[in-house]
Design a protein around this ligand. Structure first.
Ligand code: BGC
Length: 740
């Protein structure tokens, strides 16, 4: 008790138990010495000059001068021991010697790249995801980076939006769990540790709901929907102590997120009591003028700071406008102090005032280049992110002694493409990337032949290579076709209206199919693609996303059965673009179709089945899993009780394997309509051939809560369907009553 009182008294006086100053007190002292310009300087972030992740406007000479005079708080796209040291050196020439923060988009790995994030989400493996970010943080921090602009926790239901590759898909629950795992991975044992980097929950908010899936487009939705579907991953990130947030480019119901007082002041910094800082997205403060929200850059700076955007990434309006606005009495200096305090606090927490160069260490950097342990992990993660969509004739796995295998398609010998979008740590070729050809060749028996034909380019109309590809296929016992979309066709500013295989790839596939040879189709993409013809005509299909540095090895491990695939789709796959947005947790409507093909006076298209091509949560294995009847602890619950759900899962096939057991609920009626299904839990289990395991879930009233139209978050008594299954469509259901 005495000890607690002592600690409380100490913290009230801004000192810790050892008589040292707390970070809060150090920040106050520093702020008291700073001029207005120096404080605003902390709110400024510029990009480095060699590499840009947005429309660049850096004038290198003036930026270097500004750093020296304390007018810059942070740089992005500056990395590597040498470069970070030289920039930090400049910052330490400023009057108060405040170190710079170096930020970078470490999105799916750094030197070792891992599957694109949507592919990672397909693993449904929180342990692997956390570990991948731990490795990314270890590598990035060794390259002098303090801060990653990740995780992107935007929920997205529209595969036309190119940035779905960077998120965790369409589901709020899954997206929240994955976001938390990523933050844990990046921030490790806590800021201040040498291998911990600051994470950033982005893009706040609702960026994934851009109208028509067109990047940067507007978002118009009810606050109820915003709170229920799009904000939970952010709220969870704030509660988990994510160091920073990033604004989104879009407006929400007419107010740009960058100056949106409701989400920034009322929710994030108000109700959620968030203590980290908010960085704008690239240029998003200045862009409010283009939105038509502010008449000029002056008003943009004013509205952004008042709403709670703390750092200006590359708009260059904070330094130009804020000192003037304060002097004219248009911005209360307390807003500048607040923003500077939040940023300086993080610099102290990162230990940068103790040693501004502590992240820039040659030996660490060398150890984290081409690190074999990290690559080994990348190989495993790649194989566990793949999703087996079809294996009708059990063509997979392929025997290593197959006499002649043909690899056909434009991605077979690609290296850099395997990174997918966002591979900023790849500045030279010292990090070897394993092509699909090499991966397969390395595992195929010495006496077997691996033939190769490109067949066509990724995205043009050239059919001149078809004939050679057909001849190659004819010589093979098995044809592996590697098709999809270009690696830079998903990602930022990469929205597509047509999400089929690009160019003439589908025509190539049809030509090869005519040979009658067994075909394994591997689909490389950063988003769900539309491939109706292939899905109906090719018996074996594997979704490989972009798997990163070790792609070829991961793919070969799965093709030859060293790894049994267990991935499940984190997004619904549409039949055709006209079906978008299509997602599993939709409302029932007043005229639901009872069958997939019902058309008349029901909510359906007259020319399309209602079901998607592949549902959310779907994915096969080389083995089979049998679910027993589920057992509920009760069918009549009251108040704060807990419902237990148990089901036995048996591996009845011929391979050991992993299964993701999924729990959904449906609240049958409510104050506001509820989705036909909501994911409430999942467990990934490993079962040896012939093994059975009991999987058990608990539900409490907390899991039944939702937002009503007045934004009250609560649950209602009533009837609920409890569903357990192998994907969002294939479930068993039991009804319960739960009285409040
Ligand atoms: C993207 C962000 C990214 C930033 C810095 C922006 O264009 O939207 O996600 O972190 O650039 O590269």
């Amino acid at each position: 008790m005495k000890k607690i009182c002592f600690l409380l008294i100490c913290s009230a006086f801004g000192i810790n138990a050892y008589g040292q100053k707390t970070i809060d007190q150090k920040v106050s002292e520093l702020l008291s010495k700073m001029t207005l310009e120096e404080k605003v300087g902390q709110l400024v972030q510029y990009s480095g000059f060699e590499y840009a992740t947005g429309p660049q406007n850096s004038n290198s000479a003036t930026v270097l001068e500004e750093i020296k005079s304390g007018k810059v708080g942070s740089m992005l796209n500056v990395a590597g021991v040498e470069e970070t040291r030289s920039f930090q050196k400049l910052a330490l020439q400023s009057r108060l010697k405040i170190p710079l923060l170096f930020g970078q988009d470490v999105i799916h790995g750094y030197r070792t790249t891992f599957p694109v994030n949507l592919g990672q989400a397909a693993s449904w493996d929180l342990g692997l995801i956390e570990k991948s970010e731990r490795i990314a943080a270890t590598e990035a921090s060794a390259y002098g980076i303090h801060w990653t602009f990740a995780p992107m926790v935007d929920i997205a239901r529209d595969p036309r939006w190119g940035r779905v590759m960077e998120g965790s898909g369409e589901d709020t629950y899954l997206g929240t769990q994955i976001g938390l795992a990523r933050i844990k991975g990046f921030q490790g044992k806590g800021l201040g540790n040498i291998d911990a980097i600051m994470a950033c929950a982005k893009h706040f908010a609702a960026y994934g709901a851009a109208v028509g899936g067109r990047d940067y487009n507007s978002v118009d939705m009810s606050l109820r929907q915003l709170n229920e579907t799009y904000l939970p991953p952010f709220k969870a990130a704030a509660e988990a102590g994510v160091a920073t947030f990033m604004n989104s480019f879009n407006d929400i119901n007419g107010v740009p997120a960058t100056a949106n007082t409701y989400i920034l002041r009322d929710l994030l910094k108000g109700k959620w009591n968030y203590k980290g800082f908010v960085v704008s997205d690239w240029g998003s403060i200045g862009e409010m003028t283009y939105h038509g929200y502010t008449k000029d850059k002056t008003e943009a700076a004013q509205k952004a700071i008042l709403a709670g955007s703390d750092m200006d990434m590359e708009s260059r309006v904070y330094m130009a406008e804020l000192p003037k606005l304060v002097k004219e009495g248009k911005v209360d200096p307390k807003f500048i102090d607040e923003a500077a305090r939040r940023i300086l606090t993080k610099k102290f927490e990162m230990g940068l005032f103790d040693d501004p160069y502590r992240f820039s260490d040659d030996k660490r950097q060398k150890d984290q280049t081409n690190n074999q342990e990290n690559r080994k992990f990348g190989r495993e993660f790649g194989s566990k992110s793949m999703v087996l969509l079809k294996n009708q004739k059990n063509i997979l796995p392929i025997s290593k002694s197959t006499k002649t295998v043909a690899l056909i398609g434009p991605f077979g010998k690609e290296t850099v493409a395997n990174h997918g979008f966002w591979a900023v740590g790849f500045k030279d070729d010292s990090q070897r990337i394993v092509s699909q050809f090499d991966g397969i060749r390395n595992q195929l028996d010495q006496n077997s032949a691996l033939l190769y034909a490109k067949g066509c380019n990724v995205d043009d109309q050239d059919r001149s290579m078809f004939a050679e590809a057909v001849e190659t296929a004819k010589k093979a016992d098995v044809v592996i076709m590697t098709l999809g979309e270009g690696h830079a066709m998903s990602g930022e500013a990469k929205s597509r209206s047509n999400i089929h295989f690009s160019g003439v790839q589908e025509d190539l596939l049809k030509e090869i199919a005519k040979t009658g040879k067994p075909i394994v189709l591997m689909i490389n993409a950063g988003r769900p693609l539309v491939f109706d013809w292939a899905a109906d005509n090719i018996p074996t299909i594997m979704y490989t996303w972009w798997l990163g540095t070790e792609a070829g090895n991961s793919i070969a491990d799965v093709l030859f059965g060293k790894v049994n695939p267990g991935g499940k789709l984190p997004m619904t796959f549409p039949r055709t673009e006209g079906q978008i947005p299509v997602y599993y947790n939709h409302y029932n409507t007043g005229r639901p179709a009872k069958t997939n093909t019902e058309r008349n006076y029901v909510s359906a298209y007259i020319d399309l089945d209602n079901d998607p091509k592949f549902p959310f949560g779907y994915g096969l294995s080389y083995t089979q899993f049998k679910y027993s009847d589920m057992i509920l602890s009760s069918a009549d619950l009251k108040g704060n009780q807990t419902l237990n759900i148990k089901v036995n899962i048996s591996n009845t096939g011929n391979y050991d394997g992993e299964e993701v057991v999924q729990l959904y609920i449906r609240d049958l009626f409510g104050k506001v309509v509820r989705p036909v299904k909501e994911l409430k839990g999942f467990q990934k289990i490993f079962l040896k051939k012939g093994e059975t395991k009991i999987v058990s879930f608990n539900l409490t009233p907390e899991n039944l809560k939702f937002y009503d139209d007045a934004l009250n978050y609560d649950w209602e008594g009533g009837e609920f369907d409890i569903m357990v299954g192998t994907n969002s469509q294939d479930v068993q259901t039991k009804r319960i009553s739960w009285i409040k």
